[in-house]
Design a protein. Structure first.
Length: 164
């Protein structure tokens, strides 16, 4: 069994990531033995939410800022899990965020053969997601309400990871 200590408290506008590699001690709690220290680096694009987080302090509507923060935190956690399961998974492009005139936020994740987007609206019931692919992936488009954010992100990552 591997134990990880992680500070999961986050606040809108605050980037809890660091450019400094984090040392993690892996221990087998059943035998009390140590597997040695490992480093996880958040340099480069291994933290693709970093750029998108920079818009949070600029968002006037706190509900939108909180919803964006929650979305980005979920994506980051799921990517970290995928990176532990697939060593070498590092070519993940950054998520980009843009604040619209009406206070909504558009987050886009652009890959070579597809694009994933999230629109965070002042009314959470109007927030949504979309996935659009190019000819190489049969030019399909799917979208829906953001509703159960956790399930949607998991489903999208099941598509994204094999196609990057």
């Amino acid at each position: 069994m591997t134990n990880f200590d992680q500070d999961t408290d986050s606040h809108p506008g605050e980037d809890s990531s660091s450019d400094i590699p984090v040392r993690i001690e892996l221990r087998d709690v059943t035998t009390g033995t140590s597997e040695g220290a490992r480093s996880l680096s958040f340099l480069g694009e291994s933290n693709p939410v970093r750029k998108a987080r920079t818009v949070i302090p600029q968002i006037e509507n706190t509900a939108v800022a909180e919803q964006l923060d929650k979305l980005l935190l979920m994506i980051r956690k799921m990517i970290e899990i995928a990176q532990r399961e697939r060593p070498g998974l590092s070519d993940i492009p950054p998520l980009l965020a843009h604040i619209d005139e009406d206070g909504a936020v558009l987050v886009e994740w652009i890959f070579p053969d597809f694009r994933v987007g999230f629109n965070i609206e002042p009314n959470p019931n109007e927030s949504g997601w979309h996935l659009v692919s190019n000819k190489k992936l049969d030019e399909f488009t799917v979208s829906g309400q953001l509703g159960n954010m956790d399930a949607i992100i998991r489903t999208l990552l099941r598509f994204i990871l094999p196609n990057i």
